[in-house]
Design a protein. Structure first.
Length: 344
């Protein structure tokens, strides 16, 4: 299509005008109402017409005007992912966003990431979304057993899904990773290697998945006749230098552990550095089992036993659940659990 045709059609060759429904109608020879309904996947519009409209919309870079959509429907077509900066440090953000985007790409919804620091009040971003009407649905993570954000969103009837579970007696959508199974299997693998004195680098104690991981770890230690080396000075929220320093002190102790379970791949890096600085060899003097969101740790240090948490899958499940909730599906139908994937 040449420049003159595009300009007559309301195109944006110079960026001065944005394509509209009228633009698409002109180019396809269809009515504006038909174009609008085709873009909304209306059942009374033929497949061929929908494909023609979508092709033209894609070619001219058409995007619906969010302000107009909100005025007409009261909706923003926005899903807000409320994410802590600590999750970026742990390497979770990119695969999570990729998984969410895979689902939202086939819908009218757009993803907006709302970051916050865990040192701040986690209710603040939720209050902002509620007060400004900034999103139709919310995805939150770092779930607590009695999470005030969950209570507030349920009270205000804001569709949401949690990455993690609660124990509040409130039924809500969630997707979670089975951290109890991960820890149990990790201990089992260490014991099979002859390790008996075990240490856990655990999640922060106020988060629900700490309960799950500790439960699996302690149950497996009992079942397999191992013992626990206490290690609560640091956790997965601690900086890597702090984790390394704490582990170095442990390695100097006369009763140092001979096996370690790490709740994250980044934490395992600090543990490896600490173990090796003490003169011990991973895979010989001590074994480590770690959870990780990819296979990089296992590729780089094959002596580390790893189990993968599919964060991209989590993103897809979370996006599907929040859209389902927006569409009125019962919370009981929007609760999923994923399981550890051995990578060696």
């Amino acid at each position: 299509m040449d420049r003159i045709t595009r300009e007559r059609a309301g195109g944006t060759p110079s960026g001065q005008q944005r394509p509209t429904l009228k633009t698409i109608a002109f180019m396809t020879g269809l009515g504006i109402t038909t174009v609008s309904r085709a873009l909304k996947d209306a059942p009374d519009i033929s497949h061929e017409t929908k494909e023609r409209v979508r092709l033209v919309a894609s070619q001219i870079g058409y995007q619906p005007n969010r302000a107009g959509v909100r005025l007409r429907t009261g909706k923003t077509n926005v899903i807000s992912l409320v994410l802590s900066l600590e999750e970026e440090i742990m390497g979770l953000t990119s695969p999570l966003v990729a998984g969410i985007s895979e689902i939202l790409g086939a819908t009218p919804y757009h993803l907006v990431v709302t970051p916050y620091r865990t040192a701040n009040n986690p209710l603040d971003p939720i209050r902002y979304i509620l007060e400004t009407g900034a999103a139709d649905g919310v995805i939150i993570s770092r779930t607590e057993p009695r999470d005030a954000r969950v209570a507030l969103m349920m009270e205000r009837n804001l569709p949401f899904v949690t990455h993690g579970r609660t124990v509040m007696g409130l039924e809500h959508p969630f997707h979670d990773f089975d951290n109890e199974r991960f820890a149990y299997e990790a201990v089992k693998r260490l014991v099979e290697r002859g390790r008996r004195h075990l240490m856990l680098l655990e999640p922060p104690p106020h988060l629900t998945f700490n309960v799950h991981m500790r439960t699996g770890f302690e149950r497996a230690v009992r079942d397999f006749g191992a013992s626990i080396y206490p290690f609560s000075e640091v956790n997965l929220d601690s900086g890597l230098p702090e984790i390394r320093s704490a582990c170095e002190r442990v390695m100097r102790a006369p009763d140092a552990p001979d096996g370690i379970v790490s709740g994250s791949g980044s934490g395992a890096v600090a543990l490896i550095a600490a173990v090796e600085s003490s003169g011990r060899r991973v895979g010989h003097d001590i074994d480590i089992v770690s959870k990780e969101p990819s296979t990089f740790l296992q590729w780089l240090r094959p002596e580390i036993m790893t189990m993968r948490e599919d964060i991209r899958l989590a993103g897809r499940e979370l996006a599907s659940a929040v859209i389902g909730r927006i569409n009125g599906r019962p919370a009981s139908e929007l609760q999923t659990l994923s399981y550890p994937i051995p990578t060696d």
